[in-house]
Design a binder for this molecule. Structure first.
Ligand code: NAG
Ligand code: NAG
Ligand code: NAG
Ligand code: NAG
Ligand code: NAG
Ligand code: NAG
Ligand code: NAG
Ligand code: NAG
Length: 316
């Protein structure tokens, strides 16, 4: 109401300075925050003619290019008005208490380069047209309550370098073209979700990946595609706790890893695991039906032995 009156006053030229539209868009963000215990938004008020001096706001040529208010216990939701900040490049609201859905209007901010929302309580599905964000380089949504599948349009984000969706409730399979589409991807963490289906055959085309590629604690099924071995040699692929099966391709980035990258997939077989692939199958389905046999080496180290036993129990 106050804003409206002020806007009317401004319109009639009664007040000399007047907050611009971007300022009002940010004030609707402030209005969507129910709790701001640290007063992070206390200098966000309409007595300025633009928001460029406000806490957490950065401008370029008087246009808002960045909102950065991490770790401030802000409780509230993301309003659609954020979608009218057309020059926004960076939105960082990690580690707050934001809830509700990802506003589809944010996809109108086509120049968005980083979207860092990890450690909130955001929920529901990502909007299907997320691929409209052609300049997106960082999408970090980890530790929220997002569900539904990863929209297939994500493969249009050709500049995406960091994709962290870990610790959410995502389901469904990874979209077609995941490997061939995300040509710039360097960091990938999909752990602790409910992704299912098989690992895309073209995963190995993600040739810019580095560090740990974490697919652990999901529901991926089927064979490990041989193309995973084509990933850069230094990449460490964590496939633990899925439902993968069949032999582990003895190739490139998958070799010399030791068994730890593969635990928790009762159907996997062959080196570096101790349960050999049984000869009477194509190797695609079951590990040896006698997984305990290779664990009779009393001089072997205890940890290996226990793991072998656990694995044996699961495959019985
Ligand atoms: C608005 O901010 C200015 C300083 O930036 C402060 O002097 C003024 O009291 C504030 N007004 C309100 C209504 O908070
Ligand atoms: C995931 O969804 C299930 C219900 O389908 C719910 O019980 C669980 O709390 C959710 N977990 C997260 C992290 O959202
Ligand atoms: C996602 O969670 C919401 C509740 O936050 C629920 O209404 C909706 O059905 C869920 N969608 C899927 C695809 O699981
Ligand atoms: C993946 O899970 C969804 C439910 O979340 C199910 O509808 C779909 O059939 C599953 N797909 C595969 C390939 O298992
Ligand atoms: C994907 O990788 C395969 C095998 O390395 C290669 O033959 C193919 O050309 C690649 N495709 C694209 C689109 O890069
Ligand atoms: C694991 O995959 C097998 C088929 O390979 C399937 O029968 C089984 O239900 C799956 N288990 C889970 C927990 O998804
Ligand atoms: C012990 O392991 C060897 C192979 O290393 C195997 O041939 C043999 O059958 C095993 N013995 C028992 C009692 O499991
Ligand atoms: C038994 O384990 C030791 C140490 O792990 C290893 O050096 C040795 O080759 C193993 N022997 C057999 C028969 O597997």
């Amino acid at each position: 109401m106050f804003s409206l009156v002020l806007a009317l006053l401004c319109f009639h030229g009664v007040v000399v300075t007047c907050l611009n539209n971007e300022g009002y868009a940010l004030l609707s963000f402030k209005n969507s925050i129910y709790e701001d215990p640290e007063g992070s938004l206390s200098n966000w008020n309409s007595s300025h003619d633009n928001p460029c001096s406000w806490n957490g706001i950065a401008c370029k040529e008087q246009r808002v290019v960045s909102i950065s208010i991490p770790n401030n216990k802000l409780r509230g939701f993301l309003p659609s008005a954020l979608g009218s900040l057309f020059d926004l490049r960076h939105l960082n609201l990690r580690n707050n208490k934001l809830f509700g859905a990802f506003p589809v209007e944010l996809l109108e901010v086509e120049g968005l380069q980083s979207l860092v929302l990890y450690g909130n309580s955001l929920s529901e599905s990502l909007p299907n047209q997320i691929g409209k964000l052609k300049y997106l380089q960082t999408l970090d949504l980890s530790e929220n309550f997002f569900n539904g599948s990863l929209p297939s349009s994500i493969v249009q984000c050709k500049r995406l370098r960091t994709l962290d969706l870990s610790q959410n409730n995502f389901t469904g399979s990874l979209p077609n073209g995941f490997g061939t589409g995300l040509v710039s991807l360097e960091n990938l963490d999909l752990s602790f979700n409910k992704f299912n289906g098989s690992i895309p055959w073209d995963f190995g085309n993600l040739s810019s990946l580095q560090g740990t590629v974490d697919l652990s604690h999901n529901l991926f099924t089927g064979l490990i595609p041989g193309s995973l071995g084509d990933l850069p040699e230094k990449v460490y692929i964590d496939l633990t706790y899925n439902n993968l099966s069949g032999p582990i391709p003895q190739k490139g980035a998958l070799m010399n890893r030791g068994p730890t990258a593969f635990f928790g997939n009762p159907g996997l077989c062959g080196p570096p695991l101790k349960n050999p692939c049984s000869l009477d199958t194509t190797g695609a389905t079951s590990p040896s039906s006698h997984p305990l046999l290779q664990d009779n080496n009393s001089t072997g180290n205890l940890a290996d032995k226990e793991r072998g036993l656990r694995q044996g129990e699961r495959t019985k």
